[in-house]
Design a protein around this ligand. Structure first.
Ligand code: NAD
Length: 469
C-alpha cells in the first residue's frame, strides 16, 4: 500500500547511522484517524464483554509471540532509533515484562467487598474499562513505550489507537503485525502514523475516553490541556534533567560504569539519562579523570554493529541542536573536557562529550539536551547537591552513589524526583511499579504501568445493596 503513496502521503523513516531510508509508513489523514477511532469504538462493546480471564490469555499468547520475535524487534529498534543492539534487546525485554504484567489483569482489576456496611446492607466495588484509549509515543523507546500502554489498556477491556513517533514508526507496525498473528479481534488495536494533525484529530474525537502520552514536557503540557478541555482522562509524561550525586566514598568502578551507561546509553536520549554528575566534597578529584577516561574509551558506531557502545542521535537536526549547546556552553566559559563534535559526519553521530561546569545556572545544568553530553558540577555537601538537583523544573529521576546508608536515606527522602536510584545509574522501575516523575516531568497524576496504569485504564464503581429479609 505504501508503494503507491505520493511523498505527501507517507513518512520516510531514516536510519540515523547511515542516513539511508529504511522504509516508509502511510501518513494518516484526519479521516484515517477518525476511521481508526470508529474501528476501536465499534470493537469496544464485544471486546469489553470478553471475560477478563480470556483477555489475559490473549496477552499471554502475545507475550509468547513477542518473545519469539525478540531479536526481530530488537533489530528494528536498533535500526530506526540507532541505539545499540544490546540496548534494544533490553528495551524489548522491558516491553515484554509490561505485557506479562498485563496478564495479571484478573487480579489487578479486582475490586473490594465489605458485607454489612450497615444493617442488611452490603457493598462492593468493581472496575470497568473506559472505552477507546489513545497512546502517543516518543522516538526513544519504539517498542517499550507502546508496550507500556496498549497491552494493559486492552487487558482491562478497552480498545486502543496508537500514534507512534514518526521518527521510529516501523517497530509499532511490527508490534501490530504480531498482534494480528495472535488473532487480536478486529478493531481492538489500531495504529496510525502522523504528527500534530493526527494527534489533534485523535484527542478531539468525542469517542476517545483517555489519552496516554510520553514525550517532551512542552508537548505533554499541550496534550494535557487539549485532552482536559474535552473532559478526557490524560496521563502525559514529559521530559527530564536527571542528576547523579556522587559521594566521596562512591567513586568506584561500578559507579563509573553506571555513569557511563546513564549519560551515554541510547546516546543520552533516555528520559532517565543522567546528564549532570554532582561530585560532593572532594569526590571530583578522583571522579573527573575517571569519567573522562571511560567516556573516551566508548566505541561509537551503528547500533546494529557488534562491539559498539554508543550509536548516533536520532537525526541531523538533533546533532545540530546538541552541537549548538556545546558551542554556547564553551562561549559561556564551561570547561570542555571531551568534545564529541568531531564524530563521523556520515550519520547523526555525536561522541561522548564531558564538561566541567562551575556556573550551576548553565544551560548544561538546567536544560534537557537529549544527547551524549555530561556536565560535572561540584557541591560542598550532600545537602547542597540535593538543593541543586531540586532546583530543576524537572523531577523525573535521580541517583546517589555511596556506601553510606545515612547519606542514601537522606537523599531518598529529600530528593524531588519520581524515580530514585541508590547505586543505580538508570533508576527504571519494573513493570509492576509505576513509571514516571513529578514537577514538569508529568502532566496528569497517574503514571505508566504498575497499579497506576490499572487505575488509569479503568473506572471504579461502587455497589451498595439491601435485600428484603
Ligand atoms: P516529542 O514530544 O517531540 O514527541 C512525542 C510524540 O508527540 C510523538 O508521537 C510526536 O509525533 C508527537 N508530537 C510532537 N509534537 C507535537 C505537538 N505539537 N502536538 C501534538 N503531538 C506532538 O518527543 P520525542 O522527541 O519523540 O521524545 C523525546 C522526549 O520524550 C524527551 O523529552 C524525553 O525526556 C521524553 N520521554 C519521557 C519519558 C518519560 O517517561 N517521562 C520517556 C521517554 C521519553
Amino acid at each position: 500500500m505504501t508503494d503507491v503513496l505520493t511523498p505527501a502521503q507517507r513518512i520516510a523513516v531514516v536510519d540515523p547511522a547511515t542516513t539511508q531510508t529504511l522504509g516508509h509508513v502511510a501518513l494518516a489523514s484526519r479521516e484515517d484517524c477518525t476511521r481508526a477511532v470508529a474501528a476501536a469504538d465499534g470493537a469496544f462493546a464485544s471486546w469489553s464483554a470478553v471475560p477478563v480471564v480470556e483477555r489475559a490469555r490473549l496477552m499471554m499468547r502475545y507475550a509468547d509471540a513477542l518473545e519469539r520475535r525478540h531479536e526481530d524487534l530488537a533489530t528494528s529498534v536498533s535500526r530506526e532509533n540507532g541505539k545499540t543492539i544490546a540496548d534494544a534487546r533490553a528495551e524489548v525485554r522491558r516491553g515484554i515484562e509490561a505485557v506479562e504484567f498485563a496478564c495479571g489483569m484478573p487480579s489487578l482489576m479486582m475490586g473490594d467487598a465489605l458485607p454489612d456496611v450497615a444493617r442488611g446492607v452490603d457493598s462492593y466495588s468493581f472496575r470497568k474499562p473506559l472505552g477507546v484509549c489513545v497512546g502517543i509515543t516518543p522516538f526513544n523507546f519504539p517498542a517499550m513505550i507502546p508496550l507500556w500502554m496498549f497491552p494493559l489498556a486492552l487487558a482491562a477491556g478497552n480498545t486502543f489507537v496508537l500514534k507512534p513517533s514518526p521518527q521510529t514508526p516501523l517497530t509499532s507496525d511490527m508490534l501490530a503485525e504480531i498482534a494480528r498473528e495472535c488473532r487480536f479481534p478486529d478493531g481492538i488495536l489500531n495504529v496510525v502514523h502522523g504528527e500534530v494533525a493526527a494527534v489533534e484529530a485523535l484527542i478531539d474525537d468525542p469517542r476517545v475516553q483517555a489519552v496516554s502520552f510520553v514525550g517532551s514536557s512542552a508537548v505533554a503540557r499541550v496534550i494535557q490541556e487539549r485532552a482536559v478541555a474535552s473532559h478526557k482522562r490524560v496521563q502525559a509524561l514529559g521530559g527530564a534533567k536527571n542528576f547523579l550525586v556522587v559521594m566521596p566514598d562512591g567513586v568506584t568502578q561500578p559507579t563509573i560504569d553506571a555513569i557511563m551507561s546513564s549519560a551515554f546509553g541510547g546516546a543520552g536520549q533516555r528520559c532517565l539519562a543522567g546528564s549532570v554528575a554532582i561530585a560532593v566534597g572532594n569526590a571530583a578529584d578522583a571522579l573527573v579523570p575517571k569519567i573522562v577516561e571511560a567516556a573516551k574509551a566508548l566505541r561509537l558506531g551503528p547500533g546494529v554493529d557488534p562491539g559498539v557502545d554508543m550509536g548516533p542521535v536520532i537525526s541531523a537536526a538533533s546533532r545540530e541542536r546538541v552541537a549548538k549547546y556545546v558551542e554556547r556552553a564553551v562561549a559561556a566559559g564551561a570547561r570542555l573536557l571531551l568534545d564529541g563534535r568531531e564524530a563521523p559526519r556520515t550519520g547523526s553521530f555525536v561522541a561522548p562529550t564531558v564538561f566541567d561546569v562551575s556556573d550551576t545556572a548553565s544551560e548544561l545544568v538546567t536544560d534537557e539536551i537529549f544527547g551524549p553530553v555530561l556536565a560535572i558540577v561540584r557541591a560542598r555537601t550532600l545537602g547542597d547537591a540535593i538543593d541543586l538537583a531540586n532546583s530543576s523544573r524537572y523531577g523525573n529521576a535521580s541517583s546517589i552513589f555511596t556506601g553510606d546508608g545515612g547519606a542514601a536515606r537522606e537523599f531518598a527522602s529529600r530528593i524531588e524526583t519520581g524515580m530514585i536510584g541508590v547505586n543505580i545509574g538508570v533508576a527504571a522501575p519494573m513493570a509492576f511499579f509505576p513509571f514516571g516523575g513529578i514537577k514538569d516531568s508529568i502532566y496528569g497524576d497517574l503514571r505508566c504501568h504498575g497499579k497506576d496504569a490499572v487505575a488509569f485504564y479503568t473506572q471504579q464503581r461502587v455497589v451498595i445493596s439491601r435485600w428484603p429479609t
